[in-house]
Design a protein around this ligand. Structure first.
Ligand code: ADE
Length: 349
C-alpha cells in the first residue's frame, strides 16, 4: 500500500466532522461508540447533545440509566449506551475519570473492544494502533483480492496484521481516519467509486473488475419474524407503559403493552373487556373506546417485528386502574415524554 499517497489523498479530501475538532479521549470514545453502528448523518445530531449533557466520564457514570437512554433514544443498539455507562464507572474507579493512553489498559475497559482501542489510541493519543472495522476489512480485501468472509474472526486477525504493518508512526490517526473516509465515500459496499480512489492503480479487485466480489459474501440466514399487537392504553389522561427487562432485546427501554400475535379489533376488545371488566362503548353508557392505529414493522439486525396497534381509552376508575397497574405503570403525558422508547415503536409514539 502506498501510504504516503493515501495520506495525501486524505488531506485533500477529508470530511469535516464535529468530532474531528476539539478532540479529547472522551469525545473520541463517545463519537466512535455512536459511529460504530450508526450513519454519520444521524450521529451529527446526537453527538453534541450527548457531550453537552454528559461532558466527561464522571457525568456519565453518575447519571441515571433512564436519562442516558433518553439522550440515546433513536440511535439504536442501546447496549452501546449502557456499555458507555459501565466504562465510565470503571474509568472513574480506576483512572480518576481520565481515559488511559495505554492500549493494553484501554481494551480492559468494559465496552471497549479492539476497534475502539485502535480508534482512541490513534486519534486521541497519536499511537500507531490499527482500528479495524467492516470498512477497513472491505478495503483490504479489495486491495489484495483476499477471498475472506468479513464477519469471521480469522479475517479480522489477518486484516489487523496488514493494517498494523501499514499504519505509520507519524500520523497514525490520519491513517485510520483515511480508511474510514475511503470506506464511507469511495470504497462503499455497493457501486464503489473506483475512479476517485487513490488505490485505483494498485487495487487488485479493481484491476480484475471484481470489486464487489470482495469481501466474500456469507449466505444470509432468513431473519425470524415476530407478530406483536401494541396497545396504547389511556386511563383518563394517564398512559400505561412498562419497562422492558434488564436483559435482552431493547433492555431497559420503555414500551406499551405488547401482546403476542396479530389481534383483530374484536380480539382486542375481548382482551380489554376481560381485563378491565368493562364493555366497549356502544350506543349506551359504558365504557371504553378502541381506535385502530394500523400496522408498522421494524427490522432489527437479527429479527423482524410486524406490529399492529390500537389505542384503548378507559375512564380513570379505581378497578380499571388496579387492573392497569398489574400490567405496568400509569404515567402522565409529561412523564411519558421523558421516557426512552425504542425506534421500533415510533409509529405508535
Ligand atoms: N466511522 C467510524 N468512525 C468514524 C469517524 N471518526 N469519522 C467518520 N466516520 C466514522
Amino acid at each position: 500500500m502506498d501510504v504516503n499517497a493515501f495520506l495525501s489523498w486524505f488531506w485533500e479530501n477529508r470530511r469535516i466532522l464535529p468530532w474531528r475538532s476539539d478532540r479529547t479521549p472522551y469525545s473520541t470514545w463517545i463519537s466512535e461508540a455512536m459511529l460504530q453502528q450508526t450513519r454519520v448523518a444521524t450521529v451529527l445530531d446526537y453527538y453534541p447533545r450527548f457531550l453537552s449533557r454528559f461532558p466527561d466520564p464522571k457525568a456519565l457514570a453518575t447519571a441515571s440509566e433512564d436519562e442516558v437512554l433518553k439522550v440515546w433514544e433513536g440511535l439504536g443498539y442501546y447496549s452501546r449506551a449502557k456499555n458507555l455507562m459501565k466504562g465510565a464507572a470503571y474509568i472513574c474507579e480506576n483512572y480518576n475519570g481520565d481515559l488511559p493512553s495505554d492500549p493494553d489498559l484501554l481494551i480492559r475497559i468494559p465496552g471497549i473492544g479492539p476497534y475502539m482501542t485502535g480508534a482512541i489510541s490513534s486519534l486521541a493519543f497519536g499511537k500507531a494502533v490499527p482500528a479495524v472495522d467492516g470498512n477497513v476489512i472491505r478495503i483490504y480485501c479489495r486491495l489484495y483480492s483476499l477471498p475472506l468472509i468479513a464477519s469471521e474472526g480469522a479475517t479480522f486477525k489477518e486484516i489487523y496484521k496488514r493494517a498494523g504493518n501499514d499504519i505509520p508512526e507519524e500520523n497514525p490517526g490520519d491513517f485510520n481516519e483515511a480508511l474510514m473516509d475511503l470506506g464511507a465515500t469511495v470504497c462503499t459496499p455497493r457501486s464503489p467509486k473506483c475512479s476517485l480512489c487513490p488505490f485505483s492503480n494498485e487495487c487488485s479487485a479493481f484491476l480484475l473488475g471484481k470489486q464487489e466480489d470482495f469481501p466474500v459474501k456469507k449466505q444470509k440466514k432468513e431473519v425470524p419474524v415476530e407478530e406483536h399487537t401494541i396497545l396504547k392504553i389511556f386511563l383518563g389522561e394517564k398512559i400505561l407503559v412498562r419497562k422492558r427487562p434488564d436483559k435482552g432485546l431493547l433492555s431497559g427501554l420503555y414500551e406499551f403493552i405488547d401482546l403476542t400475535g396479530t389481534l383483530s379489533e374484536k380480539e382486542v376488545e375481548k382482551w380489554a373487556s376481560d381485563l378491565f371488566g368493562q364493555k366497549k362503548k356502544g350506543n349506551s353508557s359504558d365504557h371504553f373506546t378502541i381506535l385502530p392505529l394500523g400496522g408498522a414493522h421494524h427490522i432489527f439486525s437479527h429479527l423482524r417485528w410486524n406490529m399492529t396497534g390500537y389505542e384503548i381509552h378507559l375512564p380513570a376508575e379505581k378497578d380499571a386502574e388496579k387492573a392497569a397497574r398489574s400490567l405496568g405503570d400509569l404515567v402522565s403525558k409529561k412523564e411519558y415524554e421523558a421516557l426512552a422508547f425504542p425506534s421500533a415503536l415510533r409509529a405508535y409514539r
